[in-house]
Design a protein. Structure first.
Length: 567
């Protein structure tokens, strides 16, 4: 797709989403709520499970929940759904905090955990038993699943369903006391095994897990299911609007049943479409598999769709906010092109990233009529063609490095870079003309001999000659070696989340998703702080990686460069 097509499509998408944002169905629901309850403060929550790192899909939820709270002068809680100790870790808790802060989420002192409510949740489960609306079942998870029935066939009641309230209370207390092994018993809601909604066919509320919890240690050996904890936690915290993705539509009936049966305050649950994006997987289970099997270099690998991976790659949080705003909030699932995310990244970095020069595949240029002892320190703008007048000093010498692709021995038509006898303009420096190409005994090009026009300093020839080609360069004597990591899509199929299984996951990985080259950069780049975003002129946007060491800088390519500076 051309630059103009890319920009035109994104512009159209932007206009459509700005319009749809005004009519966002969630915003309209809240406006109606405010009209009916003008004195009630809007209160949302972001409730991640600490069993992995956050990804692009969570970014949409973060922007929505914290954004709604900000838009309506309300509050948003950060709540960790820590109900499965066997899969959770404090590492994930810390990573989630960092990611939410990076995206601008502010929860002040409202950091909560489902584990804060373990005793309350247990007491509510006891209340359901006393109401005759819950029972202890001896069936295994597989047996419960098999007896649940189908969309056209009702489920089969468990033989334990009609236990007395007294027996259920005793068994549930013994479950808590640790008298039974994992999987021996569960607590189920007593609803309707013939319910049209399969979720309502006596769902499991508690299961036994003899595992140490990262916050409560070994105090508990029974843990509630998400559906039981989530609605009650919302109620306890006074959440007004529980914003969930579409996979919770069928669970909404259970959300309502639990709160109504217990007589608790009832937040409003609203579902919206989750994020699907091409060439990307957002299944946490599959992302964990990529990490554990070593297909990537950890959760923050810049090829991963995790927020920590995107941050390390150099994606600015502002670009993610822009992306989430452009895709909008809808009721129906759809798939977004990855190119839209790249466009949002370019849009932000094009306005905010300073320009520098680097050469990734170098070939030496010797300017034969330039004084070998001379060095000029050129004042070159960091933000060309903008009102920002900041500059940096760039050394210019007789020997330079340029890109191998900027020379052709037999140039094709409309090739406006170097060939023997051709002229180009060196970016912000002189016009040079190639006079000779030097090859070694094996026929490999080793260097180019050139002459420069002394009157063309600053990139503007004094004699008014128009030169079509402009190339970047780095002074050879001052150039610093840097490791440059070039990234492509991690997967070579457009819809991996739908197509991949545990068995074929590895076979669909793109073997060229990471390429490392040793490039040569101008000196100022080595002094930048880690995570600094820059544009390498004509090459793309890059970010300095935390792996960088003194004298050994490392840069990650954030996104390729489709727009170009004026020539």
């Amino acid at each position: 797709m051309s630059k103009n097509q890319d920009e035109s499509r994104a512009s159209t998408t932007s206009d459509e989403n700005k319009s749809s944002k005004k009519n966002n169905f969630i915003v309209n629901e809240i406006i109606n709520f405010r009209e009916q309850s003008p004195n009630t403060q809007i209160h949302t929550r972001f409730p991640p499970e600490p069993n992995g790192y956050l990804h692009l899909g969570h970014a949409k939820s973060i922007c929505l929940n914290f954004g709604i709270a900000e838009q309506f002068d309300g509050l948003c809680n950060l709540r960790f759904d820590d109900t499965n100790p066997s899969k959770e870790d404090i590492e994930y808790v810390n990573a989630i905090r960092e990611d939410v802060k990076w995206l601008g989420g502010k929860w002040d002192d409202r950091e909560y955990y489902a584990s804060n409510y373990f005793e309350q949740l247990f007491n509510y489960a006891v209340k359901l038993i006393k109401l005759g609306r819950a029972y202890v079942d001896d069936l295994s998870a597989d047996e419960i699943r098999a007896a649940r029935g189908t969309l056209t066939k009702p489920g089969k009641e468990s033989s334990c369903r009609n236990r007395s309230i007294e027996e259920n209370l005793e068994l549930f207390q013994r479950m808590r006391a640790g008298e039974f092994p994992d999987g021996a018993k569960v607590l189920r809601a007593k609803i309707d095994m013939a319910a049209p909604n399969i979720v309502m066919r006596d769902p499991t509320l508690y299961r036994i897990r003899h595992a140490e919890h990262q916050r409560t240690g070994n105090t508990w050996c029974i843990y509630h299911m998400y559906d039981f904890a989530h609605c009650i936690s919302d109620s306890i915290e006074g959440i007004t609007h529980s914003l969930c993705t579409l996979e919770f539509v069928n669970n909404k009936e259970l959300y309502d049943w639990i709160l109504d049966t217990l007589g608790l305050y009832h937040p409003q649950q609203i579902e919206f479409a989750r994020l699907n994006i091409t060439y990307t997987i957002l299944s946490k289970r599959k992302l964990i598999k990529l990490v554990k099997e070593g297909h990537v270099k950890g959760w923050d690998d810049p090829r991963m769709p995790t927020l920590s991976g995107l941050r390390r790659r150099g994606v600015p949080p502002e670009a993610l906010h822009d992306f989430c705003e452009r895709i909008g909030i809808a009721r129906a699932n759809s798939t977004v092109e990855f190119s839209l995310l790249e466009f949002c990244i370019r849009e932000y970095l094009n306005k905010n990233a300073p320009r520098y020069m680097a050469v990734l595949h170098p070939i030496k240029v010797i300017i034969e009529n330039y004084d070998p002892e001379k060095v000029e320190y050129l004042d070159i703008p960091l933000y060309p063609d903008t009102e920002n007048q900041q500059t940096r000093k760039v050394p210019f010498r007789r020997e330079l490095w340029i890109e191998q692709d900027d020379f052709r021995e037999n140039p094709p038509k409309k090739y406006h870079r170097l060939s023997v006898g051709a002229e180009v303009r060196l970016r912000f420096a002189y016009i040079i003309k190639c006079t000779n190409a030097i090859y070694d005994a094996n026929g490999v090009l080793t260097e180019l001999r050139c002459e420069y026009d002394p009157l063309s300093t600053g990139g503007n020839p004094a004699d008014g000659r128009k030169i079509k080609g402009t190339i970047h360069w780095v002074a050879a004597q001052d150039a610093i070696e840097a490791k440059i990591r070039l990234y492509e899509h991690l997967f070579n199929v457009p819809n991996p989340d739908e197509m991949l299984t545990d068995e074929n996951l590895a076979s669909c990985l793109n073997p060229n998703s990471l390429q490392e080259v040793t490039g040569l950069i101008e000196p100022a780049l080595a002094k930048l702080a880690n995570h600094s975003s820059v544009q390498f002129e004509r090459l793309g946007y890059f970010s300095k990686d935390p792996d960088s060491r003194e004298g050994q800088p490392v840069f990650n390519r954030t996104v390729t460069l489709r727009d170009s500076w004026k020539q």
